[in-house]
Design a protein around this ligand. Structure first.
Ligand code: ZN
Length: 501
């Protein structure tokens, strides 16, 4: 190995080690740690975050990066090493502008705020969450203003943390298309599906059996239990340390069959992505998913394009019926398909169907844009939220628990994340339309050949980690950069077939 790179590697390893500790604390807080531990754990998170910051933002690392960019050194490096240095430069440039004291204080705040949000949500007490949300927004604005390039909008800085190939200009165009193309279509679909009886979904389903079936589903789609574990948490999520340690969580509701099943398929999609990242890059700076948009493209691909596909259920629906004979024996597969794809104007994003889902994202996108482009009174945000739900989804949340408090993202400081879900859905649809041309997609599902699907995704998307951007992945795989028309057409075709024919 190049001697200069070897020296840099020591700093990178230290950074990875501290990152591992932080991820594990985060995982522990969300799964097993007692609630009372939060305050004290947050202090430790602050200290470790400061250490992690200092492990790469220092004069030695800067000097080593400069040296390695000299042609005689650069030419000795492998492609992976070059990619790591480019990513390091990018992160360095973003982080060095933030004073370490503020970075630490923010990490501490973020480690506590989720618990405060959880309490506020449980007690329908938005007021309790307001002070912490105000602080988070203030930090986010301050950090974005340190980091922004000349003329760049604050919200664009945040958006690019999650999806480098997107900004407000592109997203405005994308959401405009959703508004004009999908809103009238949704009305028509809902009108034609109002008689579907979905009451079977809300009968009593033994959580222990749910857990067993969800484990089966995870394994069935390709989640490797040698490299991953499933735990329980209030809200399902995925985290990972490297390609041989990927962790997902699930949550079981006694009176909802779908919730846990589609959560495990969604998080399983994230996990399969991380498990398939190449050994040559895992545990490096480029060893994660390409972006949150691409990550969500994989999870939502599994959840919707695969998981809500009739061909997927053909070989396994009987097993589901056998698991719950009293509840499902009279429900045919066709009925079940209409149930899991039922479009409804609803209040909760995570429970929303595939068709109306982007409208939930539209609400959040517009609110975030507003928060970061003007002065807002955080006390009023719940009201604005409710107005937007009324405007786009025709429903008014009866409580803040079912309104602004429903998602954890803002409590975690993840402003700019939400649009990744909609962009990810669109990327997934674009991949699907291409995959159908080059493989018998539905036939593979019908035969349970899930490895054919994951094999394709591994070869074209997963293995590269962050070495390609969303658009590079799409271009190299399908021959075309991001194009939202595939998504609109996919939804229209699918729902026309289900309800309008
Ligand atoms: Zn996800």
């Amino acid at each position: 190995m190049n001697r200069t790179y070897e020296k840099l590697q020591e700093y990178l390893d230290r950074n990875q080690a501290l990152n591992t500790a932080l991820i594990l604390l985060d995982w522990d807080t969300a799964t097993l740690a007692p609630k009372a531990a939060t305050e004290q754990t947050a202090r430790m998170v602050g200290i470790l975050s400061e250490e992690q910051f200092n492990s790469i933002i220092n004069d030695e690392v800067r000097e080593l990066m400069h040296q390695l960019k000299e042609p005689n050194e650069w030419n000795q490096l492998t492609d992976v090493q070059k990619a790591v240095i480019k990513e390091l430069e990018r992160e360095y440039e973003q982080l060095e502008k933030i004073p370490v004291k503020e970075y630490k204080a923010y990490a501490e705040l973020a480690a506590k705020s989720v618990t405060i949000w959880e309490d506020a949500k449980t007690n329908n007490d938005y007021k309790k969450f307001v002070p912490v949300l105000e602080q988070i927004i203030a930090y986010k604005k301050k950090f974005a203003s340190y980091r922004k390039k000349k003329g760049q909008a604050l919200y664009d800085v945040l958006l690019q943390d999650y999806e480098r190939d997107f900004n407000m200009e592109k997203l405005d165009e994308f959401f405009e298309k959703i508004k004009t193309e999908l809103v009238p279509f949704i009305k028509e679909v809902i009108h034609h599906s109002k008689d579907i009886d979905k009451s079977y979904n809300y009968l009593a389903y033994d959580p222990t059996k749910q857990k067993e079936f969800c484990e089966f589903l995870a394994g069935y789609i390709g989640f490797d239990f040698n490299k991953g574990v499933i735990a329980e948490s209030a809200h399902p999520f995925t985290t990972n340390l490297h390609n041989k340690d990927v962790r997902i969580t699930n949550h079981f509701y006694k009176n909802n069959l779908e919730s846990a099943m589609f959560s495990v398929i969604h998080e399983g999609g994230h996990a399969i992505y991380e498990m398939n990242i190449g050994d040559d890059i895992t545990q490096t700076l480029v060893g994660g998913g390409a972006s949150m948009g691409v990550h969500e493209s994989q999870s939502r691909f599994y959840e919707n394009i695969v998981g809500r596909n009739k061909a997927f259920w053909e070989p396994i629906y009987a097993k589901l019926q056998r698991t719950y004979p009293d509840q499902l024996n009279d429900i045919t597969l066709d009925h079940f398909m209409k149930g899991i794809n039922l479009a409804r104007l609803s209040l909760i994003r995570t429970e929303a169907d595939e068709l109306t889902y982007p409208l939930h994202i539209l609400v959040r996108y517009e609110m975030e844009k507003m928060i970061f482009s003007q002065e807002v009174d955080v006390h009023q945000l719940n009201q604005i939220w409710n107005q937007k739900y009324k405007e786009y989804l025709g429903v008014t949340p009866p409580t803040d628990t079912a309104g602004i408090l429903q998602d954890v993202h803002w409590a975690m400081g993840d402003f700019g994340y939400f649009s990744s879900y909609a962009v990810g859905s669109a990327i997934g649809a674009q991949l699907y339309e291409y995959m159908k041309k080059v493989m018998p997609f539905e036939e593979y599902l019908r035969e349970g050949k899930m490895d054919q699907i994951s094999g394709f995704l591994k070869a074209h998307i997963h293995q590269y980690g962050m070495r390609k951007t969303a658009n590079e992945l799409l271009k190299d795989t399908t021959g075309e950069e991001f194009n939202a028309d595939y998504y609109i057409n996919y939804l229209k075709e699918k729902y026309t077939e289900l309800y309008l024919q």
